[in-house]
Design a protein around this ligand. Structure first.
Ligand code: GYE
Length: 339
């Protein structure tokens, strides 16, 4: 009963936190209370003088965004004095589950992971809970009851899709024949970005998505899908392209150029992430609009891990702030873009 009340309390506060942008304080579910060590909040060490050990299961290295995210996690761990056990799952859920099980066997202090797809995580997260190891969810949301993780840190993907859709509808005066190159099937950003985009354009009957296919968030696959599309009759009719990430847009830009068309002019191109090369494409007039997805989650994750192990309260949901770039603002931002 007590546990249930605690859970409901945390869940209610979690909803409040989710409605606020940025970091909002609320109780964690209490599931972390049984960790076998406490920490000082300043250093990355436990009371017994041992370093905090974090197991991090990363999805892979599919995109520029992911490279920046990995780099942020590794450097933040080092700065925080946290001993990071990092595993790259090569885009495979089974590898992530294996890595998490290894972390549990090794008895790490805290597990963090970015789930490649939304479903299929319940059993392994129940194992972590049983072992009293707190779990921090990073970047993508898993579809599990929220007592199976302490906190979820990442962007609002529905909102990102909406912002892209709204910009495109305005830019094209409510009339466009659109192709969509989607992210990894079953992943939260692919599901949510499609959803947000659809929501935004449904107010405009002249905005039609006539093609939708996955490019798996990679440049190579984005190019491949665009090449096939451009050869088809549907491809000949499109005048707008929405890619779920920058890498696929960059691949598609190459394919469009090779097909003798002008990206950014014959076909208006919008995408999400805000990596250096996409900002460059905006400056070069080959892309038109990019909504940012902030990959620099490392410092928030490390700070949160220390707080959790120190029994401090953390928000159930932290929404990262995302900017946006058009061809003009990209020119200003490009010189300082680190990734
Ligand atoms: O947009 C994409 C990456 O989950 C937000 O994954 C992340 C997405 C990002 O491969 O480039």
């Amino acid at each position: 009963m007590a546990i249930r009340l605690k859970f409901r309390h945390a869940a209610a506060l979690g909803i409040i936190a989710a409605l606020s942008i940025g970091m909002v304080g609320c109780s964690n579910s209490g599931d972390t209370s049984a960790t076998n060590s406490t920490t000082t909040s300043s250093g990355g060490a436990t009371n017994s003088g041992k370093k905090i050990v974090m197991g991090f299961s990363q999805i892979g290295s599919e995109s520029g965004w992911r490279t920046a995210n990995t780099e942020s996690i590794k450097s933040a761990a080092e700065q925080a004095g946290i001993d990071l056990k990092f595993d790259d799952a090569q885009q495979k859920q089974e590898n992530q589950i294996k890595a998490i099980r290894n972390f549990i066997t090794q008895g790490v202090d805290v597990i963090a992971f970015s789930p490649v797809v939304e479903t299929g995580w319940k059993p392994v997260l129940e194992e972590a809970k049983k072992a009293n190891i707190p779990v921090i969810v990073s970047d993508r949301r898993p579809d599990v009851p929220d007592d199976l993780y302490v906190t979820f840190i990442g962007s609002d993907f529905v909102e990102e899709g909406k912002r892209v859709g709204e910009w495109l509808a305005k830019d094209m005066n409510g009339k466009a024949t659109i192709a969509e190159i989607t992210g990894t099937p079953g992943s939260a950003p692919a599901n949510d970005r499609s959803k947000g985009f659809e929501e935004a354009i449904k107010a405009y009957p002249g905005m039609k998505v006539v093609f939708s296919q996955t490019g798996d968030f990679t440049r190579a696959k984005g190019k491949e899908v665009a090449e096939a599309l451009l050869k088809s009759d549907v491809g000949k009719s499109i005048n707008a392209l929405f890619c779920h990430n920058d890498d696929m847009a960059l691949g598609a830009i190459q394919a469009i150029e090779e097909a003798g068309k002008k990206p950014g002019k014959d076909i208006v191109i919008v995408s999400i992430d805000g990596v250096h090369d996409a900002l460059q494409a905006l400056v070069d007039g080959k892309e038109n609009f990019v909504v940012e997805c902030n990959p620099l989650l490392g410092p928030v994750i490390m700070d949160t891990a220390k707080k959790v192990l120190n029994h401090e309260t953390v928000p159930k949901r932290t929404v990262m702030k995302d900017g946006e770039f058009d061809q003009t603002t990209a020119a200003k931002a490009l010189p300082d873009r680190k990734y």
